[in-house]
Design a protein around this ligand. Structure first.
Ligand code: DCP
Ligand code: MG
Length: 469
């Protein structure tokens, strides 16, 4: 043990040892050490070094309700429920911690919440204001590191690994984030660990205003006793199947043979195993600086059926493919983003060994990602598809073009090279028809099906095509 660490231990009491977990070899000395003093700023200079990746998950506490309490100071320390009013039908969006003490929670029917907490103050909700506060928080985070991935209106991963962007100790950074968010008049909880899944679980351990730190090397000890449901990717259905196999904790799951788990997780088995073993390696996706071409769509009626979801993904891929070709870009990385009915967001990503710009190549791969982010029964409100990590020198489309007259009479040819594949000819010819006659002039059979569903039962809104390059 190094002298710095001995000095560090000496500065802490061993009461309240639940929030920082130090490596196994140090347990005999101090075990779990209080975060309270870290929060108050004491002893930070003597922190033992952080060796490895540092990913924080920042989640605002009772977000909408906290903003309401900020804007209505007379509501401070009182039970506040956001999401309609007690006489109407509907569900609770969220509520203050004072209301939670009465058993009220998000998604609870309003009538039930009113019964549990008759004295609650009801706020209808002001999304413009919540968005404004959310942006202010995200700017605080962006000041700390460009490796920032917002996952919902009140939640973001941030990579603060020493040496990656800043050189400060990640606990110092986390502490400063909490302080700056407090200065906005609301609060956040932070989980800090070496992977996204550990950070996510840690953020939820000690709400509100918790700072839960899992030092590198402590992942297994931290995860072992937790119920399986805590892990991202394990929903009600998987939980039930695992219980039937006698698996209740993440420690038990981590010990289970991969072959046994395939029936539950299919192709995601390896990913889930890596998560519960604390070995997940997925990166924080730095959306703000990643150059990507993407399209997303919000549905006025949630999608619940896999075939509808797949059709929506394909339709978005067609749009993205067309824009890639128009800009003569080809990308290696494919991203699928799904926002659910409860506003939570999941993202899956796959990097190919060759760059693509043709949806016929990348749409099937993105469709495969659906299983990583969506489980049967979940209601999908928004889907986004993106292609990024562009090749340094994209091949010019003119290298591929051949006469299209035979496919689409009346469309001018731009090249006379004879060796282009039929597939490529088709996609370019389609682009040309669309250029000339509009986006809906040509559709492949597969997206036609979606439009047929769409016109009948699902109203689609091209929400906010995001494109940064
Ligand atoms: N939200 C919603 N309906 C839900 C869940 C959430 O409208 N079923 C909204 C209101 C929340 C915000 O999203 O304030 C963030 O969701 P969280 O799950 O992070 O919940 P809170 O921030 O309210 O509480 P916590 O302190 O548990 O994070
Ligand atoms: Mg929250």
């Amino acid at each position: 043990m190094n002298d710095d660490f001995k000095r560090f231990l000496a500065t802490y009491d061993s009461h309240d040892m639940s929030r920082i977990q130090f490596p196994v070899e140090l347990k005999g000395v101090g075990g779990f050490i209080s975060a309270a003093e870290i929060k108050s700023g004491g002893g930070i200079a003597n922190l033992p070094p952080w060796l490895g990746k540092a990913i924080a998950l920042v989640d605002l506490d009772a977000f909408f309700a906290s903003v309401e309490q900020l804007d209505h100071p007379e509501w401070k320390n009182k039970p506040v429920i956001v999401g309609g009013d007690k006489t109407r039908r509907g569900v609770v969006s969220t509520c203050s911690y004072e209301a939670r003490a009465f058993g009220v929670h998000s998604a609870m029917p309003s009538a039930q919440a009113a019964r549990l907490c008759p004295q609650a103050i009801w706020a209808r909700g002001n999304h413009v204001r919540y968005q404004e506060m959310s942006t202010a928080v995200m700017m605080i985070l962006a000041d700390e590191s460009p490796y920032l991935e917002q996952v919902s209106i009140d939640e973001a991963f941030i990579d603060i690994s020493p040496g990656r962007f800043a050189n400060e100790h990640p606990i110092v950074v986390a502490n400063r984030i909490q302080k700056k968010v407090r200065e906005l008049g609301i609060s956040c909880s932070i989980g800090l660990g070496t992977s996204k899944s550990v950070a996510k679980i840690a953020s939820d351990i000690d709400k509100p205003e918790g700072l839960t730190i899992v030092y590198p090397g402590c992942e297994s000890d931290f995860l072992r006793p937790l119920p399986i449901r805590k892990l991202s990717g394990i929903g009600v259905k998987a939980e039930k199947q695992l219980h039937e196999l006698g698996i209740r904790t993440l420690g038990q799951l981590a010990q289970t043979e991969q072959s046994v788990l395939v029936s539950v997780f299919g192709k995601n088995t390896e990913l889930i195993l890596s998560r519960c073993q604390g070995l997940e390696s997925s990166e924080v996706i730095d959306e703000a600086i990643t150059k990507s071409v993407s399209n997303e769509m919000t549905f006025s009626v949630n999608l619940v059926d896999i075939s509808e979801i797949r059709q929506a993904v394909i339709m978005l891929c067609v749009k993205v493919g067309r824009r890639l070709r128009r800009k003569q870009l080809r990308g290696y990385t494919l991203t699928l983003k799904v926002r659910f009915d409860d506003l939570s967001v999941r993202t899956a990503r796959k990097t190919l060994d060759h760059a693509v710009d043709d949806e016929q190549d990348f749409a099937p791969v993105i469709c495969e990602l659906i299983g990583e982010v969506w489980q049967a029964g979940q209601e999908v409100r928004l889907i986004g598809v993106g292609v990024s990590s562009f090749e340094a020198r994209p091949e010019q489309l003119s290298l591929f073009t051949i006469p299209e007259q035979s496919i689409c009479p009346g469309i001018e040819s731009t090249s006379d090279q004879p060796n282009k594949s039929h597939k490529r000819s088709l996609v370019e010819a389609t682009d040309k028809v669309k250029n000339r006659f509009g986006e809906n002039a040509v559709r492949y059979g597969r997206d036609l099906h979606f439009f047929e569903i769409g016109s009948g039962t699902i109203a689609l809104k091209d929400d906010c095509p995001t494109e940064q390059h």
